[in-house]
Ligand binder design. Structure first.
Ligand code: IMP
Length: 455
């Protein structure tokens, strides 16, 4: 049986959770290998931030591997949410956390809140500081919780954080508070799940049991290959032996791409409706905030009329698809920045991950639209056409070349057969496939896991 990877092809939020959940039906082992509760993987009735998206099935073993950063309190809350929403009590035979996974503790959150949250627009969940303490070798790992030298490890870690917090003019964190936090959520909760991830993977590999890898965030947020410095603090690409503790071959490497695509947090976004600015949320238009709160039908109707008449501004187009696609951060609630699908960046993601399949999500959002756009190349600041980028440092100099295709009237929400799609929608998919150079293997047409076309 093949091992399969599902990785975000863009800046995260591509609707990977739904795809992984669906694929997990046929997999025994589901692995997360990067990030922490900065992720938000939305399934039918629950959003998971830490546990792999196979957790709701009884037949799966879900692994949280050593590339992750885990906040024990957030894990506890998620465990509770799963219990409340689904009635399922997650037990240690279904969830195993590597002893080498780093922990996110109160001092990491304090550092994130006082630092990069403002400058980069991070999620403020302590992700960056936990990874930098790992690199600085003053982090605390899941396997340390029951170790007798825990206090000394905590003193070193909190001590290092407090020097920085003092410099930032922020309140320092007390060692006793961190010890209490570790007692409540670490020793009394998380420690029951710490186990031998590597051996589970090795046995699966030896016995040919299929493994499903669930990437968090997305390719363009990768700390090395992404739009640095506006990235997350980990590698978000195809997993490495370093992240897993073992080399595992991957047969199917699928990248998830949302159309329209989105980004939250600051940084370049060439196809952004309203311009590739550096704000960390969508630029709101009049009526947007109100429309976010309640019944936004009238507001949406007005925007849609303008789109049909061809009089909508780019910001209005972004607002329309933002509301229609419910593009608010699953983790932070921020309104996501939106723009049409960028094929140059898709090709980049295909290259760096070695993808052999593309998954298109949220196609239904375009139902009824008179035209559908995509970016097939860039024009650089000297007027030259650029079809491929070898690194992303040049992104600020690029303007998207937009291709317009005709839209379709029919509502394609929930369509499961390719032949039931309108011809224009099929043409759009064929066009993406042609420009990408790899097959489109799945097309998602709605939020529910069954809203999926398998090609
Ligand atoms: P951090 O991961 O909290 O350090 O945030 C760094 C950047 O990555 C910010 O722009 C975040 O908005 C973005 N980011 C982190 N995780 C996700 C995700 O799961 N989806 C989308 N953006 C994310």
């Amino acid at each position: 049986m093949p091992n399969t990877l599902v990785v975000g092809g863009q800046w995260g939020d591509e609707a990977k959770g739904k795809i992984v959940h669906r694929l997990a039906k046929d997999h025994k082992i589901v692995v997360r290998y990067n990030g922490g509760n900065n992720a938000g993987h939305t399934l039918d009735n629950i959003t998971l931030h830490l546990m792999p998206s196979g957790i709701l099935y009884d037949h799966t073993i879900n692994l949280m591997a050593q590339g992750m950063v885990v906040n024990p309190e957030a894990l506890y809350q998620e465990w509770e949410d799963v219990r409340k929403v689904t009635g399922k009590q997650v037990e240690s035979e279904h969830l195993i956390i590597s002893p080498n996974a780093q922990l996110i503790l109160p001092h990491h959150i304090a550092l994130d809140q006082a630092g990069s949250k403002k400058s980069i627009g991070t999620t403020g969940r302590g992700i960056g500081p936990a990874y930098s303490q790992k690199a600085d070798r003053v982090g605390i790992r899941a396997g340390d919780i029951l170790d007798e030298s825990l206090r000394a490890t905590v003193e070193k870690s909190v001590g290092a954080a407090n020097v920085r917090l003092e410099k930032l003019g922020t309140e320092t964190v007390k060692i006793e508070d961190v010890m209490k936090f570790l007692e409540d959520y670490g020793k009394n909760f998380l420690s029951q799940f710490v186990g031998d991830v590597k051996t589970v993977l090795k046995e699966a590999k030896n016995k040919d049991v299929p493994i499903l890898f669930e990437g968090a965030q997305g390719t363009l947020l990768d700390i090395d290959a992404g739009t640095y410095p506006y990235v997350t603090s980990s590698n978000t690409l195809r997993p490495s032996a370093g992240q897993l503790g073992l080399y595992v071959p991957i047969d199917n490497a699928y990248g998830v791409f949302k159309t329209p695509m989105s980004r939250v947090g600051k940084g370049p976004f060439p196809t952004e409706w309203g311009g590739p600015n550096t704000s960390d949320t969508r630029q709101l238009i009049e009526g947007d905030t109100e429309a976010m709160k309640g019944d936004n039908r009238k507001f949406m109707e007005e925007l849609f009329t303008k789109i049909k008449n061809g009089t909508a501004t780019p910001l209005e187009i972004g607002a329309y698809y933002g509301h229609k696609g419910k593009e608010y951060g699953a983790t932070t609630g921020r309104a996501r920045r939106l723009g049409p699908l960028d094929i140059v960046l898709m090709r980049y993601a295909i290259d760096v991950n070695g993808l052999n399949g593309v998954i298109l999500t949220k196609m239904d959002v375009y139902s009824g639209a008179p035209k559908v756009e995509l970016c097939d190349a860039y024009i650089d600041d000297s007027g030259n056409k650029v079809a491929d980028l070898s690194d992303l440092n040049d992104l600020q100099r690029m303007k998207p070349r937009i291709q317009e295709l005709s839209g379709w009237d029919a509502n394609i929400l929930g369509v499961t057969e390719i032949d039931s799609l309108p011809a224009q929608a099929r043409k759009y998919i064929d066009n993406v496939e042609h420009l990408a150079g790899v097959p489109v293997v799945y097309v998602s047409t709605g939020q529910k896991s069954e809203h999926l076309i398998v090609r």
